[in-house]
Design a protein around this ligand. Structure first.
Ligand code: HPA
Length: 273
């Protein structure tokens, strides 16, 4: 068996010792959304430390556990804390949690994150639904022997963010008076924030928001046939667009302030999945 696939299987064994819960939707909680799990009807949780071989995050504010429960009647697993490539993990470990949630049974992946705004129509606190993505200088997570059990060697990426899910998010936003922008998210490796010249490059490439996660997770989820949607909380305007230097504290504060509407959007969308 391929060692990457074997590792996912081992992690699944650890999970199954704790719960046989089968989620329909996997939700990755980005900065500021960590306490979303308090809003769900929780039936089980597993600390990442208790899953053999599972990568555990080192970033402050990114504590780690899986929460299992229900949003309305919809069974979900939430990732409270994700790992980032800049922490030094192998790319296969960065995307392992996504593959694990797929192995648990999740058919839909709802990705959330914090980002820097590039689109001049955005400001701190803007919520942006992902319509597409760009990966820059981040290794493709599918490099290496193809995991035939999961998907094809050359997966199509024309429609990574599912059109029907996008419509559901638009409707949920409208019904709840939430202003939901749309755009293209670009992933850089981090951990340094981008330079103004890099942001000008990203803008020229067609990006509306920039961050350090999400694209690689979306690629592996698309590879294994999950339906994907994503929402980014623009927590600051990106370097060169914002006159002030960027800081992680500023990002977390803006994410916390936008959290109530972000959580509402998440809940009302997932209920319709
Ligand atoms: N750049 C990259 N990642 C980010 C930013 C940013 O400006 N803000 C929040 N996450």
């Amino acid at each position: 068996m391929d060692p990457i696939y074997e590792k996912v299987s081992k992690c699944l064994d650890s999970v199954r010792k704790v719960t046989d819960f089968v989620p329909k939707v996997a939700i990755v909680l980005g900065s500021g959304l960590g306490d979303y799990a308090d809003d769900i009807r929780q039936v089980a949780e597993i600390d990442y430390h208790d899953i053999e071989g599972f990568p555990v995050s080192t970033v402050p504010g990114h504590s780690g556990k899986f929460i299992f429960g229900y949003v309305g009647e919809v069974p979900v697993v939430c990732m409270k804390g994700r790992v980032h490539y800049y922490e030094g993990y192998a790319m296969s470990d960065v995307v392992l949690p996504t593959r694990l949630m797929h192995a648990m049974g999740a058919k839909i992946l709802f990705l959330t994150n914090a980002s820097g705004g590039i689109n001049a129509g955005f400001s701190a606190g803007t919520l942006m639904m992902l319509t597409d993505h760009i990966s820059t200088f981040v290794p493709n997570p599918l490099i290496g022997p193809n995991l035939e059990e999961l998907g094809p060697r050359f997966p199509d990426m024309s429609h990574v963010y599912d059109e029907d899910l996008q419509d559901i998010l638009r409707t949920a936003a409208k019904e709840n008076g939430i202003d939901l922008k749309e755009g293209v998210y670009i992933q850089f490796t981090g951990p340094s924030f981008e330079s103004p010249a890099e942001i000008r490059m990203a803008k020229t490439l067609g990006a509306d928001a920039v961050g350090m996660s999400t694209v690689v997770e979306a690629i592996v989820a698309n590879h294994c046939g999950m339906k994907i949607c994503g929402v980014s909380c623009v927590c600051n305007m990106a370097a060169g667009i914002s006159p002030t230097p960027l800081s992680h504290d500023e990002v977390q504060q803006a994410a916390n302030e936008a959290a109530p509407k972000f959580k509402k959007l998440l809940t009302e969308s997932v209920k319709k999945f």
